[in-house]
Write a protein that binds this ligand. Structure first.
Ligand SMILES: Nc1ncnc2c1ncn2[C@@H]1O[C@H](COP(=O)(O)OP(=O)(O)OP(=O)(O)O)[C@@H](O)[C@H]1O
Ligand SMILES: Nc1ncnc2c1ncn2[C@@H]1O[C@H](COP(=O)(O)OP(=O)(O)OP(=O)(O)O)[C@@H](O)[C@H]1O
Ligand SMILES: [Mg+2]
Ligand SMILES: [Mg+2]
Lengths: 251, 251
């Protein structure tokens, strides 16, 4: 089982879009996949959830240890997910004084041992607070999602510093498993320039597949569909399937 | 003096870009403007700062009450700003137990009384935590910055709920002063649809000026320039100047 956190404290770079569509892509390639929405904004949950599905228990109860895995897993077409809720937004202050507050997610995911999931993908919020710290403590790999723009590069040093601290104190297995470049428009020199900088800095860690700017990816969430369900022929579907293949083949 | 917080817990919708360029636009129209970077990511600071400028004191020291206004104000071409720093990212946990923790910014800004600033604009982080709460307690107006996409609409109810709570308990003067629609591309039906929904919901509060998707706005930050300094003829410069005029004329 491979556990991966999709992260970047910069907002709006495609973390949620990537978690959902890499997950759905891996499911299309025959893998068993669990997604976890760890963002209080619950955008992953909104993007997948059919309104009829009641959300009794979410990742919030899981972190507090007041529910078991089978109570929070929701089935979607081809993969599973654990929803978030707006209750989570108080978690930062509420859980601050819990013993081993950074390991709440890791302790809950112990219940996954012996399950037949191949991949567990976690969507992180746009900050480096306690929820992101929980994800970094629970997983083995981090995928940094980067928009091909300058503002998205600023602040990377803070993220890399935090990863080092987590490796030293909380999770020695943690690694940066890959860099996903998103929202790429080959008509914009800016995007070409920034991707060049990203490759200079991270080298082979950068996935060959670059996710192009594609409006179908922005439309799919309001239909509560993955890109494959919404428009299987779109650039977005092609790119995320290609990325899922790269990940499956052990990039 | 008008104090305005630019907010939306959704990431990457154009909060920082709007704070800088509305500020610069108002300065171009002869107004005296102070910008405040309240985001630990410090994107506003990065977008304006010439590397030579040393940052001794930032908004972090201001919130802790360990510095005075004149020590943190930095002069930019035509307007002033107060920088943020990555030290601020610990503020959520660090300030959680301070008495009147929501009023730390308001208490600091008391020093602005008697100054000749016409506008104080605050760039908020992509969450509804303690820093955003400080902004909402300190200002009279909130501008909600909305990308013309569905994910940006999701979660608005949480923001509106928080505004109500702040109005009741911390700041009875607080109002939603306006809605700024950003990243608009008139070739995408999605954008037209969503802007329609926004106008249906918020009515007259939506500014007539819509900020178009314009790559110059994404390029300017890496040159540490406002859009007017970087490319005064761009769509971005035209749109933000038109928006600044709307704001100045008391929309
Ligand atoms: N490749 C793409 N092409 C076009 N639109 C995209 C693409 N990827 C994401 N989007 C859209 O851009 C916006 C931001 O993406 P998304 O919400 O996935 O980013 P995020 O990093 O998860 O944001 P947050 O920081 O708020 O969690 C959304 O409206 C999404 O639909
Ligand atoms: N109208 C626009 N046209 C094109 N690009 C834009 C526009 N507005 C903002 N951008 C770019 O989109 C990205 C997101 O904008 P910005 O950083 O201002 O959003 P934000 O809401 O402040 O993000 P965060 O939630 O991380 O604070 C940046 O790379 C910015 O340069
Ligand atoms: Mg997200
Ligand atoms: Mg910002």
């Amino acid at each position: 089982m491979r556990t991966i956190a999709f992260t970047n404290q910069k907002g709006g770079v495609g973390k949620t879009t990537s978690t959902i569509n890499v997950g759905a892509g891996l499911a299309k390639l025959g893998k068993k996949v669990l997604l976890i929405d760890l963002d209080p904004q619950a955008n992953l949950t909104y993007s997948l959830r059919m309104h009829s599905q009641r959300l009794d228990k979410t990742i919030y109860q899981a972190l507090k240890g007041s529910t078991k895995l089978s109570d929070v897993v929701i089935k979607h077409n081809g993969f599973d997910y654990i929803a978030s809720s707006l209750e989570l937004s108080g978690a930062e202050l509420e859980l601050a004084n819990e013993p081993a507050r950074e390991s709440l997610l890791k302790n809950f995911l112990v219940q996954l041992e012996g399950s037949d999931y191949d991949y567990v993908l976690i969507d992180c919020p746009p900050n480096l607070g306690l929820l992101t710290l929980n994800a970094f403590t629970a997983v083995e790999d981090i995928f940094i999602v980067l928009q091909s723009e300058y503002l998205a590069l600023h602040g990377l040093s803070k993220l890399l510093d935090l990863i080092k601290v987590v490796q030293q104190r909380l999770n020695s297995k943690l690694e940066v498993g890959g860099i996903i470049c998103t929202l790429y428009d080959n008509r914009k020199n800016l995007n070409k320039e920034v991707v060049g900088h990203i490759k200079d800095y991270f080298g082979k860690k950068v996935f060959n597949t670059i996710i192009r700017d594609n409006v179908a990816l922005a439309e799919a969430p309001s239909h509560h569909k993955t890109i494959f369900e919404y428009d299987g022929n779109s650039n977005g579907a092609q790119d995320y399937l290609a990325l899922a293949k790269e990940i499956k083949n052990g990039h």
